[in-house]
Design a protein around this ligand. Structure first.
Ligand code: SF4
Length: 288
């Protein structure tokens, strides 16, 4: 599709297609794109959800509405989502918290920058405070928010303790006292971190990669999603939907039950149970 090259303006805005937004992914060219979210069930590799969004948002902000839409559809078919696999782009504290509230085990790796412990500052869970190497407490001092709305917790040492401490030049060189800022969802992060480093977590990572990556590959290579040849988000959504329908139809047509026709009812029950257990893999890609 040629329209992209002639429509990019210096302000990264296309008056011809204002819904297309600039997005940046490591290793990918910066250009005007649509954001495609995809959910695939890990048991049969069927696309259970696809959606177009603006490409300039964070991946993680889309997860709550994606889960809600997939769950709604599953409920209509008496199915239940119990496990969810997604890449680290979907990681954030509120997503971990919401999945736990919903009883869904989230296999979402935490961001690489996250450290489960602060070296030299053990956490006292009972009193919600950190202890410094000199044995002084850093109690919880209040909540804060990042520019993009993430909830944080602040812990400060007493300035009187730090002022007369021999470690101050290295521990808190430019501040009156040592301050620690952690995500307000640290407990959920800790659990997600433990899950991702477990043996099952490593298997789940392989399962995610082997489930959703081939589906994306097929959609791009064989179902016309290399370029979105329409204007507007609703048009892009329809293109993605049609590609997913075609992909699923082909999958259904190829599907051969292994049991005899007499066993269909029992098989159906089995498959439904399998479906209940089977995790769902969420992922996304950008299409221009
Ligand atoms: S500077 Fe403050 S926080 Fe750091 S070790 Fe000394 S007393 Fe503890």
């Amino acid at each position: 599709m040629k329209r992209r090259s002639c429509l990019v303006t210096l302000a990264h805005y296309s008056p011809h297609d204002p819904d297309a937004r600039i997005s940046v992914k490591p290793g990918k060219a910066r250009k005007l794109n649509y954001h495609c979210s995809l959910a695939v069930d890990a048991a049969q590799g069927v696309i259970s959800h696809v959606r177009a969004d603006f490409a300039d948002g964070r991946d993680s902000q889309h997860l709550p509405s994606l889960v809600m839409q997939v769950q709604g559809r599953l409920k209509e078919n008496a199915l239940l989502m119990q496990e969810l696999l997604a890449d680290a782009g979907y990681s954030n504290g509120s997503n971990y918290h919401m999945r736990e509230q919903q009883g869904i085990t989230g296999w979402i790796p935490v961001f690489g920058k996250y450290k489960p412990e602060i070296e030299g500052f053990p956490y006292d869970n009972r009193r919600d405070r950190y202890m410094c190497p000199m044995g002084k407490p850093l109690p919880f001092m209040g909540f804060d928010r990042t520019a993009d709305g993430r909830l944080l917790k602040n812990y400060w040492a007493a300035p009187a303790d730090c002022r007369q401490c021999a470690c101050k030049p290295t521990c808190a060189p430019k501040a009156r006292c040592r301050k620690i800022t952690r995500t307000a969802y640290d407990e959920q992060y800790q659990r997600a971190y433990a899950r991702q480093n477990s043996r099952r977590g490593k298997r789940m990572k392989k399962l995610r990669q082997s489930t959703v990556e081939p589906v994306f590959g097929s959609l791009v290579q064989h179902y016309g999603l290399r370029k979105i040849n329409v204007l507007g988000k609703s048009g892009a959504h329809k293109v993605m939907l049609m590609a997913a329908i075609a992909f699923n139809l082909k999958k259904y047509m190829k599907f051969k039950p292994t049991k005899s026709v007499i066993m269909v009812t029992a098989l159906e029950k089995e498959r439904q149970q399998e479906f209940r257990r089977g995790p769902f893999v969420f992922s996304l890609l950008f299409f221009s």
